[in-house]
Design a protein around this ligand. Structure first.
Ligand code: CP
Length: 317
């Protein structure tokens, strides 16, 4: 089957989704990221000039703290020229289409676009439109996909748990609106995690979610029992149409991660969250800041993983 992310040689041409991404490429990205971790975590920031002379354009049509900033740091550590398009003051506010904006940035010799957009499929659209030497990275499109988040999550899991084949992983919260959850599920199953659980109220689960290869739990106590990894998600109020939940307090009571609920997971379980976190809604502060939490290391690893993705794309011919 034709995979829009791969070129004719099977190399990564664009990164649009973890769905359909071969395990060999995911493992390659994780291995390559490992070689950048010393660079990414060290006090001295070494430059690895693999993108020297290349221009990376960050075009974010939705807000971001972690993704946009870590892409910028990663691109700079690879010695790329980085341009952050300020969408608020760009000509999109005057009615310019997405593809006209892209064409104009290509006329400025863009080599790579990092794209976040509220519309699912926006990054695919750009990838189909640009010349073959231009690469596109999806930095989150609607409810669809957030592949670099899932990859940095896989990197974090491998860092703490070493292997994937013996893990029980629970993803908790607003699965329905979450591009992160979809990308995590595809990556976890591709890497051979034998048991991926999703824990959520019925109103926050996509229909037929079991077809993605996950076990569904509505009771958080039951779903967290003996898991190795707990991946929490934010309630995406901005994507909810109508009242899907009684109240934030009620949600926290049943689906908020507290020390008491975390005690049902394995003692050495890691707690993850892609951010932004809503303390007291999906996670208690004592857990977010507790000894099982790897939420801030996730952010740091994101730099190395994004360096790996961009350098791999730049190497594709
Ligand atoms: N995880 C994530 O996508 O965070 P930002 O929205 O801050 O980029």
């Amino acid at each position: 089957m034709n995979n829009p992310q791969l070129n004719k040689k099977g190399e990564l041409q664009h990164l649009l989704s973890t769905e359909g991404l071969p395990a060999s490429i995911i493992r390659n990205i994780l291995d390559r990221a490992t070689s950048f971790v010393a660079t990414a975590e060290g006090d001295e920031i070494k430059r690895v000039p693999l993108l020297h002379g290349k221009s990376v354009f960050n075009i974010f049509f939705e807000n971001s703290t972690r993704t946009r900033t870590t892409f910028e740091i990663a691109a700079k550590r690879l010695a790329a020229d980085v341009v952050n398009l300020n969408i608020g003051s760009s000509s999109t506010s005057k009615g310019e289409t997405l593809l006209d904006t892209v064409d104009n940035l290509c006329a400025m010799h863009a080599d790579m676009f990092v794209v976040r957009h509220a519309q699912s499929g926006a990054a695919h659209l750009i990838a189909q439109h640009v010349a073959p030497e231009v690469h596109v990275v999806n930095a989150g499109d609607g409810r669809h996909a957030h592949p670099t988040q899932a990859l940095l999550d896989m990197f974090t899991i491998r860092h703490y748990k070493k292997e994937f084949h013996n893990l029980r992983v629970a993803i908790v919260g607003d699965i329905l609106h979450s591009r992160v959850a979809r990308s995590q599920i595809h990556a976890l199953t591709t890497l051979g995690v034998p048991e991926v659980r999703v824990i959520a109220p019925k109103t926050l689960l996509p229909s037929m979610v079991e077809k993605l290869g996950v076990r569904v739990y509505h009771d958080m106590q039951e779903g967290l029992r003996d898991v190795d990894v707990v991946m929490m998600l934010r309630l995406q109020n901005e994507r909810m149409q109508g009242a899907l939940l009684p109240s934030a307090q009620e949600y926290f009571k049943y689906y908020g991660l507290t020390q008491e609920k975390l005690a049902l997971a394995k003692e050495d379980a890691i707690v993850m969250h892609p951010g932004p976190m809503n303390r007291g809604v999906e996670i208690d502060s004592s857990v977010a800041d507790g000894s099982n939490s790897v939420i801030l290391p996730q952010v740091t690893f994101g730099i190395a993983v994004r360096m790996a993705v961009m350098s791999m794309l730049a190497g594709a011919k």
